[in-house]
Ligand binder design. Structure first.
Ligand code: FBP
Ligand code: MG
Ligand code: MG
Length: 333
């Protein structure tokens, strides 16, 4: 197999499809390099003293792990110097991070969940990084939070890295989804899967079932019907997986189909789910749609939601198209 590096892929994609201007290519390469650095830190584990909590909380009141903070710093530092960015925003930072001397020239804005799947850090289970790239609005002055509040359909690129048995980077720039594997000896990202496709149908679902008693009726109905198996209304057996790292669950779905759900529930009726629209739901929805899947918040297409707040939470149903349509339909009945 001819080895194609991330850089070669990006350059070729621009030549053939004119979809990745040089500035965006450089930005993606800087993010990919930061992911490589995070992957090294993750791989050192206890030896690198990166495990455990940091003794602080983020803006959403979640306890921060040392690796949450370290990954955030790695991404900030890499992009301050390397990218064509006007500003960044992160799940781990209360407010946006304008880049000094870079606006109004900076053309892009980067958002990230620096370390996804935090509860798995200390137990050596796959974790990752999720990122999303938006265009800076025309004539933008000093960036404000408002500039970031664009629907997911405006993303020009999105991707995630999984730090697992293999370190992979999955990327879309709006022309399909491709997967790159980190060659740890050579230190380079190598294209290993082209044009990933999510099958429309599936027999596998992912949800944190410990919340069953808190679910609203459409989710209860949908899951109950799957659990009823071959003799139930669906007439087939379903399997369940829940890794508790969105990156790993979505990566499985991109490879063999499935539906991932993190619904809103009755525990906190005012909270629209756990996951974050701008750092998790939107980039993953862009990727999933580009791979032929679907993504909604139970009511509407995720990428059409007009964000109201940077740290907005949202219910998530994504993956195999026919299943996402079914559970969304149940919300409407
Ligand atoms: O612990 P729970 O409730 O099962 O939630 C797991 C979900 O929370 C997350 O860990 C949230 O992301 P962070 O780790 O970035 O906060 C997802 O990756 C995962 O799908
Ligand atoms: Mg996350
Ligand atoms: Mg996180």
């Amino acid at each position: 197999m001819k080895r194609v590096s991330l850089t070669q892929y990006l350059v070729e994609e621009q030549r053939l499809n004119n979809s990745i201007p040089a500035e965006l290519r450089l930005l993606i390469e800087v993010v990919a390099r930061a992911c490589k650095t995070i992957s090294h830190a993750v791989g050192k584990g206890a030896l690198g003293e990166v495990l455990g909590t940091a003794g602080s909380e983020n803006i959403q009141g979640e306890v921060q792990k040392k690796l949450d903070i370290l990954s955030n710093e790695i991404l900030l530092e890499a992009n301050e110097w390397g990218g064509h960015l006007a500003a960044m925003a992160s799940e781990e930072m209360e407010s946006i991070h304008p880049i000094p001397n870079r606006y109004p020239q900076g053309e892009y804005m980067l958002l990230f969940d620096p370390l996804d799947g935090s509860s798995n850090i200390d137990v050596n289970v796959s974790i990752g990084t999720i990122f999303s790239v938006l265009k800076a609005p025309e004539g933008m002055g000093k960036p404000t939070e408002q500039d970031f509040l664009q629907p997911g359909s405006k993303q020009v690129a999105a991707g995630y890295a999984v730090y697992g048995p293999q370190t992979v980077l999955v990327l879309t720039t709006g022309n399909g989804v491709n997967c790159f594997t980190l060659d740890r000896e050579m230190g380079s990202w190598v294209l290993t899967q082209r044009n990933m496709q999510i099958p429309e149908d599936t027999k596998e679902f992912a949800i944190n079932a410990s919340n069953t008693r808190h679910w609203y009726p459409p989710v209860t109905r949908y899951v109950d019907e799957m659990l009823a198996g071959g003799t139930g209304p669906r007439g087939k057996e379903f399997n369940m997986r829940w890794i508790a790292s969105m990156v790993a669950d979505v990566h499985r779905i991109l490879n063999r189909g499935g539906i991932f759900m993190y619904p809103a529930d009755k525990r906190e009726p005012d909270k629209a789910g756990k996951l974050r629209l701008m750092y998790e739901a939107n980039p993953m929805s862009f990727i999933v749609e580009q791979a032929g899947g679907a993504s909604t918040d139970g009511k509407q297409r995720m990428l059409d939601i007009q964000p109201e707040k940077l740290h907005q939470r949202v219910a998530v149903f994504l993956g195999s198209k026919n299943e996402v349509e079914r559970v969304t339909q149940y919300h409407q009945e």
